[in-house]
Design a protein around this ligand. Structure first.
Ligand code: IMP
Length: 426
């Protein structure tokens, strides 16, 4: 059985949680490979809503091994809270969850610095989730960070934490914050340590062995291509490789093992936080999309900016990742609009560009060229086959796939698992 990956093809919040949950059903191992508790994957099962931030989405399926890979930044407080929450719902994760010892740890001072940096008057404001993601990845790059292996070894923890607290307090004070106390942080970290210790493993080794045995390994992306630190709208991005290029490094597997790659896109676009968003709408249609699609952040509750589906951005994402199929989500949200739109090109400084302009400055100046198509009145929530969709909805899906150059694999018409059209249900 080949490996599969699911990647957000837009600015995150594409509805990956539901798609991942569906595919996780067929997988043996589900792997998070980047990001941290900035993610918010929502899955609705039997009318109950589950929101994951750090746990892989395979957790809802019995018998699946769930792995938090080395490329993730792990906030132990959040992870343990999620484990407890599931335990409270009767979902026991014992023996089903492993955390890479090489993953970096998000410490309380990372979160403090993230929030203080975002709150300052000068400098670039990214609109981060405030989960300490950037500062934790910065320490990883500076080679001063704490890894999970350090956390679960008391001697190493004390030594490394000492240097870190001293250094971070200088930064916190410079930003006008209150320094953290070493003993407080140490005590908290030691408590996390004994709870996390049984979950810690060399997950890369384990995944390579699983792939060699032909087990179906499923790589679950968080955020999306346009938020990727290298290939997104830098600096308005997250701090990891949030596309399929991050899988090999973040999971510890050879690139050729990555297998079938699915990109997830809404039938429109959203973005949360600052940064360029060429297809952004304002006014009545934006409000309709926001309300109809419940476009409020799963992690922060912030209202999401809404716009039409952006073809050049999607084509760029598909070319970068090499998507084999598209999962088009929230098609149902467009029902009732007289016209639906696609951004097919941009006007930048008087020139028409049909390709994604890599330079963020150009993206910032890009004005959308919008083509409109007839809308449809029918609600789509009961559609289970492509032919159940009204002709205008089918034409819109076909238009997207043709222009992006990737066939659809799955169309989502509602939040529940069953509200899905699968091209090949086998
Ligand atoms: P950070 O990842 O918290 O540092 O935030 C950096 C940028 O990525 C901000 O614009 C966030 O709103 C955005 N972001 C981070 N995680 C997600 C996500 O899961 N969905 C959508 N946007 C995200």
């Amino acid at each position: 059985m080949p490996a599969t990956s699911v990647i957000g093809a837009q600015w995150g919040d594409e509805g990956k949680g539901k798609i991942i949950d569906l595919i996780a059903d067929r997988a043996d191992v589900v792997v998070r490979f980047q990001g941290g508790a900035n993610a918010g994957h929502t899955v609705i099962v039997g009318g109950k809503k589950h929101v994951f931030h750090l746990l892989p989405s395979g957790i809802l399926h019995e018998g699946k091994l769930n792995v938090i890979g080395n490329g993730v930044v792990v906030d132990p407080e959040q992870l343990l809270a999620e484990i407890d929450e599931f335990a409270g719902d009767g979902i026991d994760l014992t023996g089903r969850l492993l955390v890479s010892g090489a993953a970096h740890v998000v410490m309380p001072y990372h979160k403090a610095i993230d929030r203080l940096q975002e709150g300052r008057k000068a400098g670039v404001v990214i609109g981060t989730t405030g989960r300490g993601i950037g500062p934790a990845y910065a320490d990883k790059s500076l080679r001063s960070g704490l890894r999970v292996w350090d956390l679960v070894d008391e001697k190493r923890l004390r030594h490394k934490l000492h240097a870190n607290v001293e250094d971070k307090n200088k930064r916190i004070t410079a930003l006008g914050g209150k320094p953290v106390g070493f003993e407080d942080v140490f005590r908290q970290a030691a408590e996390w340590s004994w709870k996390l210790a049984p979950l810690v493993a060399d997950t890369g080794k384990l995944l390579r062995a699983a792939l060699a045995e032909g087990r179906h390994v499923f790589f679950e992306g968080a955020q999306g291509v346009m938020l990727d630190i290298d290939h997104g709208t830098y600096p308005f991005v997250t701090s990891s490789n949030a596309d399929s290029l991050g899988i090999a490094a973040g999971a510890g597997v050879p690139p050729r093992a990555i297998g079938r790659q699915l990109g997830v896109s809404k039938a429109y676009c959203t973005r949360v936080g600052e940064g360029p968003f060429p297809s952004e709408l304002s006014g009545e249609i934006a409000d309709r999309l926001r309300e109809g699609g419940s476009e409020f952040g799963a992690t922060t509750g912030r209202p999401r900016r809404c716009g039409w589906f952006d073809v050049p951005a999607a084509r760029y994402a598909a070319a970068l990742c090499g998507f084999d199929g598209l999962c088009i989500t929230k098609l149902d949200v467009l029902s009732g609009l007289r016209h639906v739109g696609l951004v097919t090109a941009y006007e930048v400084d008087g020139r028409i560009l049909e390709e994604w302009p890599g330079d963020t400055e150009l993206v910032q100046r890009a004005k959308p060229v919008v083509e409109t198509f007839p809308g449809w009145k029918e609600k789509l929530g009961e559609a289970r086959r492509y032919d159940d969709l009204p002709p205008a909805a089918r034409a819109f899906v076909d238009e997207i796939c043709e222009r992006v150059g990737v066939p659809w694999e799955l169309i989502s018409v509602g939040p529940a698992r069953e509200a899905t059209i699968v091209r090949d249900p086998a």
